[in-house]
Write a protein that binds this ligand. Structure first.
Ligand code: GLU
Length: 394
């Protein structure tokens, strides 16, 4: 049952848990506001400001009176700019009417589940996963089918694991590369093998590519839908502006795919969020069209690369903690099982005793690990790692 006797909540509320990433980062921010010296490795939120040309474009849109309702599927110019980006950069030949602009990447996925998943449909999700995927599936009445992966396989699902998890109820597979929370990046060969299974079993795939530009050590991002026309027809691409352009609060994301699905999602959007904030969409257009974005992205990426190396070097000195090298995104998924603590107790004690905020791996489907986000400044990283080391070795 969703509600207590006094407050008769809908049953579906009882099916899901609040987002722990948002909860912990809010707690860390509140502790900081109370004057506590907190080092937060919690939310995946770039600590950079949104690039000035993006801010200026939104301001100009405000000055020009772009403050009214817009089309539910998004501003035509932004839909075209997204389609152009996907065609030219990702080799995904979408047209503008195969794109919907959504309230962040998160709502693109939530809306997709509403438009595409029937009660009882199975959605295959490799674990560790971004914590909102299973909850969105459940809220649509679907059944999340979790496929565990290990550090030895760099937390990447194999084609044979995918194939073995397919049943007559399977409808959708959620792929996320680069991956939150592990930083894994799938290679062309791995994606080709997964695509063969998807096509063979008439499955659909939603490819969450929100971290596509945050890559290290010459890792390459490949969109699974670009591999051939058969997989392209069964692929939906989800992404957004939050991570690449430091635009987390703007809430601009999108989904591209089959036009019928986009139309269905637009219908749902027209009864739920309506259009994404109009002037924010003009910021997003500038993010895609203004060449100044390239420098801004590279400045952030190289800062993340430096921080990642500092984190990896520091963790290498703590034998009780291990993690695979991440090749994308801005997370380390650190195995804490040698400490004998559950991930929740580890993260909780670390926060209480050392004022270091992390996210317990159990939230991502793996109780042996914690997630550290290094989308934060170097002072926090250096102090936080010192405290983490002390905590583990005390
Ligand atoms: N996606 C980010 C994270 O995993 C932001 C918080 C959220 O929406 O989950 O930390």
């Amino acid at each position: 049952m969703g509600g207590s006797r006094d407050i008769p909540l809908a049953n579906r509320v009882g099916e899901v848990t609040p987002s722990l990433t948002l909860e912990i980062s809010a707690k860390a921010k509140a502790m900081k506001a109370d004057g506590l010296d907190v080092c937060s490795f919690s939310a995946g939120e770039p600590d950079f400001d949104t690039p000035q040309h993006v801010v200026d474009a939104a301001k100009q849109a405000l000055d020009e009176g772009k403050t009214r309702y817009g089309a539910a599927a998004g501003e035509a110019r932004l839909r075209s700019a997204i389609a152009h980006k996907l065609s030219s950069e990702n080799n995904l030949p979408y047209s503008a009417n195969e794109v919907i602009v959504t309230n962040g990447g998160k709502y693109s996925l939530f809306n997709l589940m509403q438009a595409f998943i029937n009660p009882g449909d199975e959605v295959i999700i490799p674990s560790p996963y971004w914590l909102s995927y299973p909850e969105m599936v459940k809220l649509a009445g679907g059944v999340p089918v979790i496929v565990p992966t290990t550090a030895q396989q760099q937390y990447k699902i194999t084609a044979s694991q995918l194939e073995q998890s397919i049943t007559p109820q399977s409808k959708l597979f959620i792929l996320n590369s680069p991956t939150n929370p592990t930083g894994a990046v799938y290679s062309r060969d791995e994606l080709t093998a997964l695509a063969d299974v998807i096509v063979k079993h008439n499955l659909w795939v939603v490819s969450d590519e929100i971290y596509e530009k945050i890559l290290y050590d010459n890792a390459e991002h490949i969109s699974i839908g670009s591999l051939n026309s058969e997989i392209f027809a069964r692929t939906l691409v989800s992404s957004g502006f939050a991570k690449t352009y430091a635009m987390t609060g703007w809430r601009v994301g999108y989904l591209a795919g089959n036009e019928e699905i986009i139309k269905a999602m637009t219908t749902i959007q027209s009864h739920s969020t309506s259009n994404v904030c109009t002037f924010a969409q003009y910021g997003a257009i500038a993010a895609l069209e203004n060449p100044a974005s390239e420098t801004a992205i590279e400045t952030m990426r190289s800062a993340f690369a430096q921080r990642r190396q500092i984190m990896l070097d520091a963790l290498a000195k703590v034998p009780q903690l291990t993690c695979p090298t991440p090749y994308g995104a801005f997370y380390l998924f650190v195995d804490i099982s040698q400490t004998g603590k559950t991930s929740f107790n580890f993260a909780n004690e670390l926060l209480e005793e050392m004022q270091v905020a992390t996210v317990p791996g159990i939230a991502f489907g793996n109780d042996s690990c914690i997630r550290l986000s290094y989308a934060t400044d170097l002072t926090t990283i250096n102090h936080g790692l010192e405290r983490l080391t002390k905590f583990v070795q005390s």
